[in-house]
Design a protein around this ligand. Structure first.
Ligand code: CA
Length: 235
């Protein structure tokens, strides 16, 4: 039966109208949606129901939604998309650093939400498979990364990257589809905490990388930059 193949999505949202709207949207798109209106309820459902994806509002009545991220990340890699009305970048960064895969700021369009859901489920399937990149290669659109040779190809032609640029590309590709915060990238590439100097260094490297990839502002780019937050290599 088809219904058994449906992805299960846990929606954690205390506002009834948004909960209803998003549930209907997910069900219409062919997912199975289960809702929780508090963090405590979400924890119980998460543990028993084992969803394939969590959509999580950070502002919950009983606890901060961050608590659910920490709870879920204790032993599960289930993708989590944070839904937030908060304007503060610090909250988004904290959620991403705690293990959320992506975030959407309210108000959002239904098309945007469904696109993020598709990406999160697809990326998780990649990473859940053994031998994520057969032959030690990563590819998306016209970009190919050969991890063994440390080479990057665009439209079949090798593009020269500095060792640091290559390391950043390898890191982003291993986390393809996930928004990586400045702090997470700086720590992985140079070690240590992100300071003004290291973030500047990252931005300079990213500008060079994006130029080499042919990314243009507003285009269908390989790398997405969320100002003040981080970077994502789009799948
Ligand atoms: Ca709320």
């Amino acid at each position: 039966m088809m219904i058994q193949n449906k992805y299960k999505i846990l929606l954690v949202e205390d506002e009834a109208n948004i909960r209803g709207l998003v549930s209907t949207l997910l069900e219409t798109a062919g997912y199975r949606a289960i809702s929780a209106e508090s963090c405590e309820m979400a924890k119980t459902i998460f543990a028993s129901y084992m969803p394939d994806l969590v959509i999580l509002d950070l502002g919950l009545p009983d606890m901060d939604g961050m608590e659910l991220i920490e709870f879920a990340r204790q032993d599960a890699l289930t993708p989590i998309i944070v839904l937030s009305a908060r304007m503060d970048e610090k909250d988004k960064i904290a959620a991403l650093d705690a293990g959320a895969n992506d975030y959407i700021t309210k108000p959002f369009s239904s098309g945007e939400l469904l696109a993020r859901v598709r990406v999160a489920l697809r990326d998780h399937r990649f990473s859940a498979e053994e031998g994520r990149y057969p032959g030690g290669k990563f590819s998306t659109k016209e970009l190919v990364i050969d991890y063994d040779a440390r080479q990057i190809f665009l439209k079949g032609e090798e593009v020269r990257f500095t060792p640091t640029e290559y390391n950043i590309m390898a890191l982003l590709s291993e986390n393809c589809g996930k928004m990586m915060t400045y702090a997470a990238i700086v720590k992985a590439i140079w070690g240590g905490a992100a300071q003004e100097g290291s973030i500047k260094k990252l931005q300079v490297n990213m500008a060079n990388i994006r130029k080499k990839l042919g990314d243009k502002p507003g285009g269908a780019n390989y790398i997405a930059n969320e100002l003040g937050v981080g970077y994502r290599l789009n799948a």
